[in-house]
Design a protein around this ligand. Structure first.
Ligand SMILES: [Zn+2]
Length: 97
């Protein structure tokens, strides 16, 4: 599988297809079509989502350095468009203080 194909399965806030065979993700740890173990990918998506939520909380608490750190971690695990916006915002907020 190409990196582009892998990212296509993970470009939203969660996994929506198997990165190995592209079967629709059915919320199980094992792909129903090819049997691939998706638990590590699911765990990464969950941690990245939690980091984005903690980033939003840090922004609301005016802790922009922490917010920027969390946004970077989230994007490193799971690159998403909302995560990219959080990274840009937290970078800007962190730089003006
Ligand atoms: Zn599969």
């Amino acid at each position: 599988m190409s990196a582009k194909g892998f990212l296509k399965c993970m470009d939203s806030n969660k996994l929506h297809c198997c990165p190995v065979c592209k079967a629709k993700f059915r919320g199980t740890r094992k792909c129903s079509r090819c049997g691939a173990d998706l638990s590590a990918i699911m765990r990464l998506c969950t941690i990245a989502k939690q980091n984005r939520e903690n980033c939003r909380t840090a922004i609301l608490s005016n802790d922009f350095e922490k917010a920027y750190d969390l946004a970077q971690k989230a994007q490193g695990m799971h690159n998403t468009n909302p995560g990219k916006k959080l990274l840009i915002l937290s970078s800007w907020l962190n730089s003006i203080l």
